[in-house]
Design a protein around this ligand. Structure first.
Ligand code: T4K
Length: 374
């Protein structure tokens, strides 16, 4: 018998007050306005912009389309520097638009882009940098901005993991030219599917609003190339409901994160990544790194957890450069990505969120301890 009858997932959706959500759905039906810049999307946009402290939030149908629209609106072409240690959408959003993602290595401690590696990756074809605030930990924003300024490059952020996080007291969302959030079901804050680009740049925001709606500026008047990137009202209703529960969800995540750190503290070679004290975080990923001092490999631990219905994940193994089409396009990329390869082989992401209790965490710690033989 597995330790858990029902699987414990990484990325189990957090769902706010169901009655409040259903009341909003009722309003949508009464209004018979389901999509296309509806009132709930507008309300969500203004609440997100206010929370993040930026002028504009452009809500869209998912984080990947948000990346694509931001990339186009910034006019990126040629080569763009990105980490390989990220969800594949960061690289795909470039490749999908005929832009070459150039993978730069990460800092092995923060898991975010190493500014020195970024410098080494710049060529005459480079037009921009997309850094990722992986796990909700801010990228090296000051150093990256300095590099971008020095080389005349655009800088934007994939902030898919970093909604409601801050860096040195300043909310994520206001760095670079634009930042992109994902509100996917598996994110601690979700709109079923959804995403947004946030920016302080009026012109950029205007362009992105046009782009997400086929370039329409009023009836029968298309003034820009575009796509269908619109968020629906039902997704916005979920977002408004989950925004009301945001602080509670973060509190659950914070509690779970602390419980994991305490429960796994004595396991040799396993470290649950921490966050800088005093910084605002969402704690949505519990990331354990299994180093050489652990007598059992990361993959053996993952297999053991899966056998007991704990569906821990090897995010973001094996690194984008080892996924297609990048593996074929850049067969030697791994040579310049030693930290990416090391971290990708060592990380386990453990289940958290509202569906996970402290008692569950004790059981998970016991399973790991038993597998390690401590
Ligand atoms: N940039 C970064 C850095 C990202 O991490 C992401 C997305 C993006 C960009 C793109 O944003 P979006 O276009 O997705 O908005 C999941 C998510 O699909 C993806 O949104 C997320 N990152 C990534 C980290 O995780 P998978 O392939 O791991 O999904 P899947 O289907 O294996 O589900 C994960 C776990 O969640 C499973 O154990 C099942 C559970 N689950 C999932 C869903 C959808 C549930 O319990 N309920 C659900 O409704 O990618």
């Amino acid at each position: 018998m597995p330790a858990f009858d029902e699987p414990l997932h990484v990325g189990r959706p957090n769902i706010g007050d169901r009655e409040a959500f259903l009341a909003r759905v009722g309003e949508i039906f009464d209004r018979a306005w389901l999509s296309n810049d509806g009132p709930m999307v507008r309300e969500l946009e203004s609440r997100v912009a206010e929370l993040v402290g930026v002028k504009h939030c452009v809500a869209v149908c998912n984080g990947t389309v948000a990346l694509e629209i931001a990339i186009r609106a910034l006019g990126l072409t040629g080569e763009v520097i990105v980490p390989s240690y990220t969800f594949v959408a960061t690289a795909h959003a470039l490749h999908w638009q005929g832009i070459t993602p150039v993978f730069a290595d990460i800092d092995p401690v923060t898991h975010t882009l190493d500014p020195d590696a970024v410098r080494r990756a710049i060529t005459p074809r480079t037009t921009g940098i997309i850094a990722v605030h992986l796990w909700g930990r801010p990228a090296a924003v000051a150093e990256l901005q300095a590099i971008a300024d020095e080389h005349g490059l655009e800088l934007m952020y994939d902030a898919a993991h970093a909604f409601a996080c801050a860096h040195e007291g300043r909310m994520i969302g206001g760095f670079g030219r634009a930042e992109v959030f994902s509100f996917h079901a598996t994110k601690f804050f979700n709109t079923f599917e959804g995403g947004a680009v946030v920016t302080d740049d009026d012109e950029l925001a205007e362009k992105m609003r046009l782009m997400r709606n086929f370039g329409f500026a009023g009836y029968d008047n298309v003034i820009h190339p575009g796509t269908n990137g619109k968020m629906t009202e039902i997704c916005a209703a979920m977002g408004l409901t989950n925004l009301d529960a945001l602080d509670e969800t973060i509190e659950v995540n914070r509690h779970n994160h602390a419980a994991y750190r305490a429960a796994l503290a004595d396991l040799p070679g396993i470290e649950v990544l921490d966050h800088e004290p005093g910084e605002r975080r969402n704690f949505q990923y519990v990331v354990a790194q299994v180093g050489p001092a652990c007598p059992v490999s990361r993959d053996e631990l993952v297999d053991a957890l899966h056998a007991d219905n704990v569906l821990a994940r090897r995010y973001f193994w094996p690194g984008c450069h080892r996924l297609q089409p990048y593996r074929d396009l850049f067969p030697d990329a791994g040579r310049d990505l030693p930290h990416t390869e090391q971290v990708a082989d060592e990380v386990i992401v453990l289940p958290t969120g509202r569906a996970v209790t402290e008692a569950d965490i004790e059981v998970i710690a016991g399973l790991l301890r038993a597998r390690i033989g401590r």
